[in-house]
Design a protein around this ligand. Structure first.
Ligand code: FAD
Length: 409
């Protein structure tokens, strides 16, 4: 097969941002991006699609237009990693050799883990913002519902954008509140987790919205089956140390699918025990293969899996990969930054920004945006500023806001 200085597996947020960052620093390198999809998605926009604020077309662009100049697009899926031979295996039987590998194929949405779900998705009141295809159906269901029961589910962590399951609920409730029908809708949030949100300082503001909307919080309640025709969802709930099964009828249900490392990652020598690609939390380098890096949703680092995290990780991986090509040790480290803009109502956001261990890492001074309180400016950020920042800065390797932190610097 062909040989490249750098092979990047996955041309999503992380793959394109990292490729652009590397080629801006060193346009002469040979760099290939392995990505099977013709389309690239701005997934953070799907919460807004589900609420009728963005058109879904706004969140999709042709991959061909985003591959940076100087990069070679290999339009194929990777099927395996052979890091002892410095090779990536492709589904079509080819393989690629590299001096440095950057692996970022994202996280797998495991729709099939919930029996009955795949058959009924997009019909019978069953929807999900975790899909370009179905996010518009969320908005249709919400505008049509005038009474009855609405369920919102959240699976076991980690998932991408841990706040997105509740964002769907808040924005739906806000639409029902404005339409005057909220009082006739029984809203139930079922989360497999033991808390509403993993970082405690944001919970009080979120609880105010749970109360305002009259939503019921079901903790440690995990969706395990769905019967679309009968409109019944089955949950496994923890009661003391017993697990019981509870069936709930619904008029609509917003499902967030269970998520795991992609199968070809999980079964590869790069995998950590969790199945995700093992990395050192600071340098994002593989502990056993020093010429392998990983970032984004597919890596094992304990940050919040978000595009916001990728924005900070990409330049760190870029400079560390370039140092590795030069035979040097990694030069930059990542603090675990991730961000989750919790859309609590149309026009207001609780902007969670934190690093490893839940340490607050606000981008703005408190007088401008207090992350723990709902903010109008944060909504403006999400609605009008972050999408162009994504397309025109992050995916182009323009890093005026995210200079990588140099080790010892
Ligand atoms: P992706 O962008 O998913 O890209 C992975 C790429 O790998 C894809 O292009 C895929 O086709 C490719 N791939 C898969 N398998 C293979 C293979 N075998 N070989 C080669 N390529 C492969 N983030 C935020 O920052 N803020 C938000 O508000 C936010 N909200 C979200 C709301 C929703 C509903 C969703 C779904 C996500 C949200 N996110 C948000 C998360 C954000 O979209 C992801 O964290 C981010 O896209 C991760 O980038 P990535 O490159 O790791 O994965």
């Amino acid at each position: 097969g062909d040989t490249y200085d750098i092979v990047i597996v996955g041309g999503g947020s992380a793959g394109i941002a990292t490729a652009a960052s590397i080629l801006r620093r060193n346009p002469g390198l040979s760099l290939a991006i392995v990505e099977p999809s013709e389309a690239h998605y701005y997934q953070p926009g799907w919460t807004m699609v589900g609420a009728g604020i963005f058109n879904r077309e706004f969140t999709r662009r042709a991959e061909a237009r985003l591959i940076p100049e100087g990069a070679k697009w290999i339009k194929a899926s990777a099927s395996g990693f052979a890091p002892d031979e410095n090779k990536v295996l492709l589904c079509d039987g080819r393989n690629l050799s590299y001096r440095v590998l950057i692996a970022c194929p994202g996280i797998k949405l495991d729709w099939d883990a919930i029996p009955g779900l795949r058959d009924t998705l997009g019909r019978n009141g069953v929807t999900s913002n975790y899909s370009y295809d179905f996010a518009p159906y969320t908005h249709r269901l919400v505008t049509e519902l005038k009474g009855g029961r609405a369920l919102f589910t959240q699976p076991v962590m980690p998932i991408k954008c841990a706040g997105a399951p509740q964002k769907a609920m808040y924005l739906s409730c806000n639409i029902w509140e404005r339409a005057g029908v909220l009082k006739d809708i029984d809203v139930q949030f079922h989360t497999a987790g033991a808390v509403l949100f993993g970082v405690p300082i944001y919970v009080p503001a979120l609880m105010e919205y749970i109360e305002r909307y009259g939503a019921h919080l079901n903790l440690e309640s995990r969706l395990v089956a769905i019967d679309g025709e009968a409109r019944i969802a089955t949950f496994e709930q923890k009661r003391g140390d017993q697990l019981t099964r509870v069936e709930e009828r619904f008029d609509m249900i917003h499902v967030v699918p269970p998520q795991t490392a992609p199968d070809f990652v999980r079964s590869s020598p790069l995998a950590a025990p969790s199945g995700f690609i093992e990395v050192s939390e600071a340098t994002l380098r593989h502990p056993r293969y020093p010429n392998v890096f990983a970032l984004g949703d597919a890596c094992s680092a304990s940050n919040a899996k978000t595009a916001a995290a990728v924005r900070k990780q990409a330049p760190v991986v870029a400079v560390n990969a370039l140092a590795t090509l030069d035979g040097r040790e990694p030069v930059a480290d990542y603090d675990g930054y991730g961000s989750c803009p919790l859309t609590v109502e149309q026009g207001k956001i609780v902007l969670a920004e934190f690093g490893y261990g839940g340490k607050p890492l606000p981008s703005f001074p408190t007088w401008l945006i207090d992350g723990a309180r709902p903010s109008r400016l944060s909504w403006l950020l999400k609605k009008t500023i972050l999408p162009p920042v994504y397309w025109h800065a992050m995916l182009k390797g323009r890093e005026w806001m995210v200079k990588p932190h140099m080790i010892g610097g």
